[in-house]
Ligand binder design. Structure first.
Ligand code: PMM
Length: 268
C-alpha cells in the first residue's frame, strides 16, 4: 500500500505553507495533526526549495528542524528529513529521523552519499538539475521521461559506488524541479518507465504550480489539494511507494476509494 508522507515545512518562505509552521511548537502540533489524519511519515524540511527561494545555512536549517525531529521521534512518529545538506542529514539521523529525503539525489552536497551510507537510513534520491534560483532555466529535455530515468540511474550508480545499499534507495522524478508544466504531466503519464530501475518510487505533486492550470491561477493554493489527491490515486495505481502531500485528509480519502475498489476486485 502506498505510504502517505505529510509535509512539514519549518520555513518562513515555502510556497504554499511558508511561515505557518515556523515555530517549533506550531510545527510539532501540525505534524501530530497530520499523523492523526493518517500520515505514515512526516517529512520535515527547513529550507524552501520553491523556485527562486534563497538558500539558508545548514546551521539555520538545523536549528529549525532538529528540535522538531527530536520531539516527533520521541513520540514515535516516523520522520524523514528534507535536506540537501549532509550535515543536516547527520544531525537529523542523530535526532531520530529514519529517512533522508534529498531533493538533489546527492548532487548538491558531495558528502551526502557517505552520510546515507554511514547512517544506513532509507535515502530518497529525487531528480534534480540545480538550485532553486537556476532550476527553471535547466528544463530542457529530449524525452523528459527517459532523460529523467537515465539521470536517476546515474545517481543510483554513484550512490551505490559510495556505499549506499541499493535496498535503501527510493527514487522520485522530481515534479516541478527543472520541469515545465508539460514535463510533469508526461512523467505522471509514464511512471511505469521507472519500474525498469527496480526501485521504489515516490511522487510529490502537492500544490505545485502546474496544478494551477486546473484550478485557475487566482484560486487559493488549497484548491490544488483535490487535483493532488487524484494524482495520489494515479500514483498509487502505478505502484508508488509513497506520495508526499500537504493535505493528508483529502489524499487519505482518495486512496481509500482505491483500496475499496481493489478489495472489491479481490472478492469475487
Ligand atoms: N517537493 C518539494 C520538496 N521536497 N521531496 C521529494 N522527494 N519530492 C518532491 O516532489 C519534493 C520534495 C517542494 O514542495 P514544498 O515546497 O511544498 O515542500
Amino acid at each position: 500500500m502506498t505510504l502517505v508522507m505529510g509535509i512539514l515545512n519549518v520555513t518562513p518562505d515555502s510556497f504554499s505553507d511558508g511561515g505557518r509552521w515556523a515555530s517549533t511548537d506550531a510545527a510539532i502540533a501540525h505534524a501530530l495533526e497530520l499523523t492523526a489524519q493518517g500520515a505514515d511519515v512526516i517529512d520535515v524540511g527547513g529550507e524552501s526549495t520553491r523556485p527562486g527561494a534563497a538558500r539558508v545555512t545548514p546551521a539555520d536549517e538545523q536549528s529549525r528542524v532538529v528540535p522538531v525531529i527530536t520531539e516527533l521521534a520521541r513520540l514515535g512518529v516516523v520522520v524523514s528529513v528534507d535536506t540537501l545538506n549532509s550535515s543536516t542529514a547527520l544531525a537529523a539521523a542523530a535526532a531520530g529521523a529514519t529517512i533522508i529525503n534529498d531533493v538533489s539525489g546527492g548532487l548538491a552536497d558531495p558528502a551526502m552519499a557517505s552520510v546515507a551510507a554511514g547512517t544506513g537510513l532509507t535515502y530518497i534520491a529525487m531528480h534534480w538539475r540545480g538550485h532553486a534560483q537556476e532550476m527553471d532555466a535547466l528544463a530542457d529535455y529530449g524525452n523528459v521521461v527517459t532523460d529523467v530515468r537515465d539521470e536517476l540511474a546515474t545517481r543510483v550508480a554513484e550512490l551505490e559506488a559510495a556505499g549506499v545499499s541499493r535496498d535503501k534507495i527510493v527514487l522520485d522524478p522530481g515534479l516541478g524541479f527543472s520541469k515545465r508544466s508539460w514535463h510533469n504531466w508526461q512523467l505522471l503519464a509514464h511512471l511505469d518507465a521507472f519500474d525498469e530501475l527496480g526501485l521504489p518510487v515516490m511522487v510529490g505533486a502537492s500544490r505545485k504550480r502546474f496544478l494551477a492550470e486546473l484550478t485557475g491561477a487566482d484560486a487559493p493554493v488549497a484548491a490544488r489539494d483535490l487535483p493532488t489527491a487524484v494524482i495520489s490515486v494515479l500514483a498509487a495505481q502505478a505502484g508508488a511507494w509513497a506520495v508526499r502531500v500537504h493535505d493528508v485528509v483529502t489524499t487519505r480519502r482518495a486512496l481509500a476509494v482505491l483500496e475499496r475498489v481493489d478489495s472489491a476486485r479481490m472478492d469475487p
